[in-house]
Design a protein around this ligand. Structure first.
Ligand SMILES: Nc1ncnc2c1ncn2[C@@H]1O[C@H](COP(=O)(O)OP(=O)(O)OP(=O)(O)O)[C@@H](O)[C@H]1O
Length: 304
């Protein structure tokens, strides 16, 4: 699946799958194509090439629309409506609407139902947009940098609501964010995009297990050449230690393994993994088996 704007391709040759029931972090630098991917999934944009399927159906189908809720980056709400009227609109547009769930989220922020949306702070508006998205009781929740204007306590609270919802209902979530530490706590699946292409996709645990952070004292060519039997995603030095993120081939630390004495190996956290791939656009992409679309070319499957 791909999307071309007048300036060029925003996404290109994106064939991947997001299995249903996952909470997937969508990560990448500014302009990588994250909002474009979410917009196509939410049926606000059309792909230029290839196809995207939501629950196996086209995004424009009634089924996909009915089961999907999208919280866009700019949280579009009608400024002249009151909070109460906004929730009523949600109720009228969505057959499965859960008024109690939506009102609970609004009330927890002490937002009067009679307040006009245009008079709310940015964070309060985000809370109302969250309430509308959750009130829909979606099977797929698309969140585009949802937490950026929220204070830390509210972030934690709404993340808690998100986790409870997902645990209770098995909702599939695709959430874009630049806050890697926050994603690490909630996501069990990860997509890393850069320059319109997918770099990493799969279960966070499997992606971490497929990589190692290797360090060694010094900074010489000999040390770098010892890494050549592995796929080196990225390496850097602070002048004293060489650090590399690699996809190891074979056992690293076993006696007689491919690394000489002095090397230390550790499992990367999500932040180390993402940063290494973003720093090295030339590193080969990695999709775990569950993220691949078997036999399909230029097809993206969400909640499949
Ligand atoms: N309506 C548009 N017209 C032309 N180009 C666009 C349009 N929307 C996005 N683009 C371009 O497509 C590319 C991807 O943009 P997109 O908004 O999907 O990135 P993003 O990963 O969400 O970025 P950010 O992290 O800054 O929100 C960028 O180069 C952007 O300039």
């Amino acid at each position: 699946m791909g999307k071309k704007y007048r300036r060029g391709w925003a996404l290109r040759n994106c064939s991947f799958r997001l299995p249903a029931g996952r909470i997937c972090g969508l990560v990448g630098p500014n302009g990588a194509g994250k909002s474009t991917l979410l917009g196509i999934t939410a049926n606000l944009l059309e792909p230029t090439a290839g196809t995207l399927r939501v629950f196996g159906a086209p995004p424009e189908s009634a089924e996909a629309n009915h089961r999907t809720a999208f919280l866009a980056q700019d949280k579009p709400l009608f400024r002249r409506l009151t909070v109460e009227e906004t929730l009523r609109l949600g109720r009228e547009l969505n057959p499965g609407w859960d008024q109690a769930a939506a009102e609970d989220i609004v009330r927890a922020g002490n937002i009067p139902l009679t307040a006009k949306v245009g008079t709310l702070s940015g964070g309060q508006r985000t809370r109302v947009a969250f309430a509308v998205a959750f009130g829909k009781r979606p099977d797929l929740l698309l969140l585009d940098e949802p937490m950026s204007d929220l204070d830390p306590l509210v972030r934690r609270e709404l993340m808690g609501v998100l986790m409870a919802e997902v645990a209770e209902r098995g909702t599939t979530v695709l959430i874009s964010s630049h806050l890697l530490s926050e994603l690490e706590n909630v996501c069990d699946y990860l997509f890393v995009v850069s320059s319109g292409g997918l770099r990493l996709a799969g279960e966070v645990g499997a992606l971490r297990a497929a990589h190692s952070v290797l360090t060694v004292a010094g900074n010489d060519e000999a040390a770098r050449s010892e890494l050549s039997c592995h796929t080196v995603v990225e390496s850097h030095t602070d002048g004293y230690r060489l650090t590399a993120l690699v996809r190891p081939h074979g056992t690293l630390t076993a006696p007689g393994g491919p690394l000489a004495e002095g090397w230390e190996a550790a499992s990367p956290n999500l932040e180390e993994l993402v940063l290494a791939y973003l720093r090295s656009p030339e590193a080969p992409p990695l999709l775990t088996r569950s993220a691949q679309v078997p036999g399909a070319h230029d097809t993206t499957a969400v909640a499949a």
